[in-house]
Design a binder for this molecule. Sequence first.
Ligand code: 13P
Length: 263
Amino acid sequence: MSRKRIPFVAGNWKMYKTIAEARQLVPELVRGLSDLRGVEKAICPPFTALMAVKALLEGTDIGLGAQNLYWEKEGAFTGEVSPMMVAELCQYVIIGHSERRTYFAETDQTVNRKVKAALEVGLIPIVCIGETLAENEAGQTQAVITRQVQAGLSDIQLKQDVDVNGTVPLIIAYEPVWAIGTGKAATGEFANRVVQEMIRPTLSTLFGEPAASSIRVLYGGSVKASNAAEFFNQSEIDGALVGGASLKAQEFIEIVRAAAESV
Ligand code: 13P
């Protein structure tokens, strides 16, 4: 089947960058990314910098994402941010990052509620999945990935109006936990196999084959300018969710360039 999925590269800033620091970084990104066509890009700053970054991205083709949301519409939930509050500013929202699962007790069930809430307000969820080192070494990768996709995305009606680009408003990020922030990326070949043999077949059982082959699946975990092409050249990997390297303008620009060149 011909490859119709448009590459997508997002920077997850995690808990880095004050507003002042964001104001330094974003203009550099805008300058470097503006002539890179054929790839969709987004940056996901902390909540506090979203307004400022949104203003700096005005008139560019760089999207904006949040790193979390809460599923309730509004209410007495001190410290939380509602889907609509995110949707006022962003097009994307990262859901179920392994750091949230590990440090903030998120589960497949809370991920599922958040994904539903995001879709309801028109946000594109970037749903993170991935096995830990112990699970990988115990040969449980398939079981973990299948469970995370199935439970995280259960009972969801994807609008079948696949958009003009042939893409579906849902993005998966395969981020093996052992590769995040460790400098030890997975190999392109391994990540591609996980997507091909575990993620897409599970998406297919949930949403049917046409949608499953239209959903973008990203790789994340120690992606840098020097190894990005290895992932983008894989048939089943449609881009990257970049952590540390997205905090350095030149690194992130080179990663996006590698994605543009893979088309
Ligand atoms: P690193 O790129 O820093 O390994 O982080 C990956 C990640 O967690 C992106 O969400």
